[in-house]
Design a protein around this ligand. Structure first.
Ligand code: SDX
Length: 435
């Protein structure tokens, strides 16, 4: 028997001093409550990457990765994508129920009241280099909102919290659009409340102040669908970042800026831009086998971007909806994007390959979203910015939810593997005396 020690945990109804309670949720796996593991047993739980860790209780979104199920407050994502709109979904995520007509009218009015930026914030954009990545601009500008609203909000006041959440949802489209128009040297358009939320983002992105902008309803619907699909996804990296920052009592604008920074990574929300760069690098259907070989080669850092997911070991239900939207928009615009052909052939080949089958690697939400956004005219470096606009609804909903938690600041521990105690040596090299 080696000298290693093991904890043999069985689920039982026998209660003794070593027992840890098992908590049942309404859906999904049960959780062992290990909050007293250290205080009672002097043990820590080791879970790098949090593959087996429930960081909180939440009622907002449920994901069943094995079945490819995604529910927002119990409603299937496919039904919301087909029948709802992003503003209604944002209300649902924040409040837990679909709005009544009166509540929807009030929510629309609140967003319309808060969708402008303080004029002094507009000067922030001019402080960035013209070629700054829009995500760098968004992190900076959203964080800077703290300087404009922190003294008019008390996060202990529910009304102030709700107003801050609405301000963030309302202002993100203008911040995203201004990040792009500034880099393109184009005059910034302002929101116009005659447009709905997604149409406003389109007109601020692609309109010009000297002419009317005719919203293409097919593009507005496709963008609204993208925003719905990206609105929330339980405790993903960026949402967990927001929750961790919020647990210290930081103001919501700073917390959302932290979430934007985390979303930017290519392993997370930055993957949609990385997918398009990968498809461009592959260049043709003939090069797919080489790309798949590289993705399987452990000595090659190349990965099939847009494939795989920490939770989905089946199809990401969002990727199917986005693929269909991409086809609809390309057909509507009479465009043919060879990258869509490469993506679909890549998916077809990969899903028959043992390496991907064995590891349950399927296309995720990012695999087709870049193709759809590109078809709509969004530049590649704006893809993750659009993701951030959508995910703000989820981030603020989790921020609101955690205000009712009572476990205090999130402070993970570690398994220390560094130097044991040692003392500073007595005689040391004489300090260099500079003449
Ligand atoms: C999003 O968490 C969320 O909910 C995120 C998100 C949301 O809505 O918030 O859904 C949005 O971020 C989607 C994911 C976008 N990222 C990408 O598409 C980047 C490419 N994907 C991989 O980087 C990866 O799949 C992750 C990061 C998404 C998941 O990584 P995991 O769960 O840590 O998986 P892993 O690295 O442990 O991989 C398991 C195996 C490994 O091989 P072995 O060591 O077992 O031999 O699968 C391989 C990996 O090498 N693998 C891949 C691969 N992804 C995993 N091999 C090739 N190409 C890939 N894309």
């Amino acid at each position: 028997m080696d000298d290693k020690k093991y904890v043999n945990a069985q689920i039982t109804d026998k209660l003794d001093e070593s027992s840890l309670p098992v908590l049942d949720g309404t859906l999904g796996p049960a959780a062992v409550d290990i909050q007293t593991l250290y205080s009672r047993h002097g043990l820590l739980a080791y879970d790098p990457g949090f593959r087996s860790t429930a960081s909180c209780k939440s009622s907002i979104t449920f994901v069943d990765g094995d079945k490819g199920v995604l529910l927002y407050r119990g409603y299937p994502i496919e039904e919301l994508a087909e029948h709802s709109d992003f503003v209604e979904v944002a209300y649902l995520l924040m409040h837990g129920e679909l709005p009544t007509p009166a509540q929807r009218h009030e929510f629309d009015a609140a967003i319309g009241m808060h969708n402008l930026l303080h004029e002094q914030i507009m000067t922030f954009f001019r402080g960035f280099r013209r070629d700054a990545h829009p995500m760098a601009v968004m992190v900076g500008v959203v964080g800077a909102l703290s300087a404009f609203y922190h003294d008019v909000m008390d996060i202990r006041n529910p009304e102030d919290r709700l107003r801050a959440a609405i301000r963030l949802i309302a202002k993100m489209p203008m911040i995203a659009a201004a990040s792009f128009t500034y880099s393109a040297g184009r005059p910034q358009r302002y929101p116009n409340n005659k447009y709905d939320y997604s149409s406003n983002l389109l007109q601020m992105m692609f309109g010009a102040p000297n002419q009317e902008y005719a919203v293409d309803p097919v593009l507005a619907r496709a963008l609204d669908c993208i925003l719905i699909l990206h609105a929330d996804h339980e405790q993903n990296a960026s949402t967990s970042t927001v929750r961790l920052a919020a647990s210290s009592g930081a103001n919501p604008f700073a917390c959302i800026a932290a979430g934007i920074a985390s979303l930017w990574g290519p392993a997370h929300g930055g993957a949609n831009e990385a997918v398009l760069k990968m498809l461009m690098e592959i260049g043709s259907v003939e090069n797919i086998p080489k790309a798949i070989a590289r993705a399987k080669d452990k000595n090659d850092s190349f990965r099939l971007m847009g494939f795989g997911h920490r939770i989905y070991k089946n199809f990401d239900p969002r990727s199917r909806v986005i693929q269909q939207q991409a086809k609809n928009v390309l057909t509507h615009l009479g465009k043919n994007d060879p990258l869509l052909d490469i993506a679909m052939r890549l998916e077809e080949i990969a899903l028959k390959d043992e390496y991907f089958i064995e590891r349950k690697l399927y296309p995720n939400v990012d695999f087709y979203s870049g193709i759809l956004l590109r078809a709509m005219g969004f530049p590649m470096n704006m893809f993750t910015a659009v993701f951030a606009v959508a995910r703000t609804a989820g981030w603020v909903s989790h921020w609101l939810e955690l205000q009712h938690e009572s476990h205090g600041i999130d402070r993970p521990r570690q398994l220390y593997v560094g130097s044991t105690l040692r003392h500073y040596p007595g005689e040391r090299q004489p300090k260099l005396v500079r003449k």
